[in-house]
Ligand binder design. Sequence first.
Ligand SMILES: C[S@@+](CC[C@H](N)C(=O)[O-])C[C@H]1O[C@@H](n2cnc3c(N)ncnc32)[C@H](O)[C@@H]1O
Length: 94
Amino acid sequence: MTSRADFGKHHQHEVFSASRAAHLDTPMRRRLYHPERLAKRYVKPGYRVLDFGCGPGFFTREFAKQVGETGRVYAVDLQEEMLRIVREKLESEV
Ligand SMILES: C[S@@+](CC[C@H](N)C(=O)[O-])C[C@H]1O[C@@H](n2cnc3c(N)ncnc32)[C@H](O)[C@@H]1O
């Protein structure tokens, strides 16, 4: 029989640690994934975007550029440290 506690265990997964956040935002990864291309394709000025699991902001930055002054990007992450990094990064780039 499966208890509630067992149910929880089966659904545990590893979270990409904020201590390795720098590995998610590198020139090499930008060359591979072209986040600006994805943002330009799917996000238009004025859009409201939810970046769920934003990490250190690899896609957040490009979404923010695309939505412009009239739009908004909501960056959500489980780890407070990721949010601190993305906030600091985007504030220094504006
Ligand atoms: C592999 S990282 C990718 C980050 C970013 N999207 C990127 O492509 O660089 C996944 C992120 O999702 C976050 N995450 C995982 N599960 C989550 C949940 N249930 N709610 C919010 N954030 C979550 C982690 O903390 C981590 O920062």
